[in-house]
Design a protein. Structure first.
Lengths: 115, 116
């Protein structure tokens, strides 16, 4: 079965410092990977996705993610964190069983950026 | 509309009552999904529609849960005889195409259900 793991429940970083939110995946076939962000009392907002091509994917709000096939990882990164980046981040992988695309999500990582 | 619209945003209901949650997907999106998110957890798949056809309902937890999308646009998720364990955020999502291709799935704000 397709799955992703987010090993950290929470990541703490000071404003202005680089941030990394980790995600590893387990899939059969080529992985299609996604990152979403959830602000308090809000739905999920799409950040970026990896389908094919360059291993470094750029997305919304200055976020990027690096696909690493040998380490089966898709870590989310940002060079300089903002307090407003504090939110819940979800990694997801596409599951195509049944002939349609659905997303399988990780358990989420809470990012806390301190001033 | 510009995004996926869900209503009601917040619903408090008594145990044993029926609730209906509505989803209006992004205009033109043929694929529609329902997910459920328990507190502190990631979203879990409930059911999928391709146009008006419900193609997968494997994630519905039991027969108290049902969903429909009769005209291939607006969808309703109905929970009969609600129980406290049904309390969660119900997320609707849509995408522009079926099948593969890594199409982006866009989510609504969610319907926050509390069963008391």
């Amino acid at each position: 079965a397709q799955s992703v793991a987010q090993p950290e429940d929470q990541v703490n970083v000071a404003e202005g410092n680089p941030l990394t939110v980790k995600c590893t995946y387990s899939v059969s076939g080529n992985p299609y990977l996604f990152w979403y962000v959830q602000y308090p009392n809000r739905g999920l907002q799409f950040l970026l996705k990896y389908i094919t091509g360059d291993n470094l994917v750029k997305g919304s709000y200055g976020f990027e993610a690096e696909f690493n096939k040998s380490q089966t990882s898709f870590h989310l990164k940002k060079p300089s964190a903002l307090v407003s980046d504090s939110a819940l981040y979800f990694c997801a992988v596409r599951d195509r069983r049944g002939g349609f695309q659905k997303l399988v999500f990780g358990t989420g990582t809470r990012l806390l950026v301190s001033p | 509309g510009a995004g996926v619209s869900q209503s009601p945003r917040y619903k408090v209901t008594k145990r044993g009552q029926d609730v209906a949650l509505r989803c209006d997907p992004i205009s033109g999106h043929v694929s529609l999904y329902w997910y459920r998110q328990a507190l502190g957890q990631g979203p879990e798949f409930l059911t999928y529609f391709n146009y008006e056809a419900q193609q997968d309902k494997s994630g519905l937890p039991n027969d108290r849960f049902s969903a429909e999308r009769p005209e291939g646009s607006i969808s309703t998720l109905t929970i009969q005889r609600t129980q406290q364990e049904d309390s969660a955020v119900y997320l609707c999502a849509s995408s522009s195409q079926t099948g593969g291709g890594g199409n982006t799935i866009y989510f609504g704000e969610g319907s926050w259900l509390t069963v008391v």
